[in-house]
Design a binder for this molecule. Structure first.
Ligand code: 5GP
Length: 134
C-alpha cells in the first residue's frame, strides 16, 4: 500500500527495524546521520537505499522537521554512498518516492541509488502522458 503524505511515523516500519538492528541488511555505508544498504529486490545491477537516522516519513516531513545538521548529513551520505559504490565515473540515478502517486511503500524517507549499467529513460513512457515541452 502506498504511503499517505500526512501519516504519522510508524516505529514498526521495516527501515526503522533495520536501523534498530532488529532486521539484517547488506550495509554499504554508515555515518552518524544515515545508513546505506542494498535493496532486497534490486531494479538495476546496483540498487542501494540511503535512509536518515531519524523518524521521518517522507521528503516533505524530513525537509520541514529535521534539524539542519541531519538534512545536510543525510544528503552528504547519499553522495558518499555513490562514491563508495564506485559509481561516480560511470554515473548513477537517485530517486525518492513521496506519497501515493509515486508508489512509496516504506514510510521512512529513503533515497534509491541506481547504477551499474545504462539506465534508460528517466521514467517509463505511457500513453496519454502529458508532454510539457519545457
Ligand atoms: P519505495 O517504493 O517505498 O520507494 O521503495 C521501497 C524499497 O524498499 C523497495 O525497492 C523494496 O525492494 C525495498 N525493501 C522493502 N523491504 C526491504 C527489506 O526488508 N530490506 C531491504 N534491504 N529492502 C527492502
Amino acid at each position: 500500500m502506498s504511503v499517505k503524505a500526512t501519516e504519522p511515523y510508524d516505529e514498526g516500519n521495516i527501515f526503522a527495524r533495520i536501523l534498530r538492528g532488529e532486521v539484517p541488511c547488506r550495509k554499504v555505508h554508515e555515518t552518524a546521520h544515515a545508513l546505506a544498504f542494498h535493496d532486497i529486490n534490486p531494479q538495476a545491477p546496483v540498487h542501494v537505499l540511503v535512509i536518515p537516522k531519524g523518524p521521518y516519513v517522507s521528503m516533505a516531513d524530513f525537509t520541514a522537521n529535521a534539524p539542519a545538521e541531519l538534512v545536510a548529513g543525510f544528503f552528504r551520505a547519499v553522495g558518499e554512498t555513490a562514491r563508495v559504490l564506485g559509481l561516480e565515473e560511470t554515473g548513477y540515478r537517485i530517486l525518492a518516492n513521496a506519497g501515493p502517486h509515486s508508489h512509496q511503500e516504506v514510510p521512512h524517507l529513503h533515497v534509491h541509488i541506481f547504477g551499474g549499467a545504462p539506465l534508460g529513460p528517466m521514467l517509463a513512457r505511457r500513453a496519454g502522458s502529458r508532454e510539457t515541452g519545457a
